[in-house]
Ligand binder design. Structure first.
Ligand SMILES: Nc1ncnc2c1ncn2[C@@H]1O[C@H](COP(=O)(O)OP(=O)(O)OP(=O)(O)O)[C@@H](O)[C@H]1O
Ligand SMILES: [Mg+2]
Length: 176
């Protein structure tokens, strides 16, 4: 079955880093793959959306619908977004069903704030962006954290290897 591997977790947890490595590994093995990063979507297709709860839900609905279109063309998908709230994850799950595999990328908030790859925490601290730090990250449900990658305990290389093992277990034509 064609699959969607969706990385979620806090800003700075390492989603894009690991998603890009997976994308590269799949391309190298000639596995049909489409890469969807929430940031790229926000800059283009979703650039009309704000950050209200409704808009964040709509952002996820659209990413998931694009993923669904790709899957319909027999393209596997690597997707990445924070999806911090249950509602967003529920929307994604409703659209993608059994084709969806969650990969929860975790680092504690203080480490994410040190990494701050996009400067979001800095902007939040200086009052330019009030939502990010304060909005809670809903603890993933058991089925959402079946594949849990700890990016503090593991290097990028080790974490990327774990991701490949997750993918190998669910993609018939993929071998590490
Ligand atoms: N084991 C690891 N896995 C992934 N990234 C790691 C790891 N250890 C350190 N890092 C670093 O953490 C940072 C994570 O940044 P990245 O852009 O991947 O985060 P993100 O989760 O996509 O954040 P955002 O939601 O803001 O897009 C990178 O600088 C990366 O090099
Ligand atoms: Mg990212």
């Amino acid at each position: 079955m064609t699959k969607v591997f969706w990385f979620f977790g806090r800003s700075g947890a390492g989603k894009t880093t690991l998603a890009r490595n997976l994308h590269r590994a799949l391309l190298d093995r000639k596995v049909p793959i489409f890469y969807l990063d929430g940031d790229d979507m926000r800059q283009g297709l979703n650039s009309d959306l704000t950050f209200t709860p409704e808009a964040r839900l709509e952002n996820h609905r659209r990413i998931a619908e694009v993923a669904r279109l790709a899957v319909g063309q027999k393209l596997n998908v690597v997707a990445s977004s924070m999806a911090p709230e249950h509602g967003q994850r529920d929307t994604v799950k409703k659209i993608l069903g059994d084709q969806l595999t969650w990969i929860y990328v975790h680092a504690p908030l203080d480490i994410c704030m040190q990494r701050d790859p996009k400067g979001l925490y800095q902007r939040a601290r200086s009052g330019k962006l009030d939502k990010l730090i304060n909005y809670p990250f809903d603890v993933p449900r058991p089925e959402e954290r079946e594949h849990y990658i700890d990016t503090v305990a593991q290097s990028v290389e080790a974490a990327s290897q774990d991701v490949l093992e997750i993918v190998q277990a669910s993609l018939a034509d993929f071998a590490i």
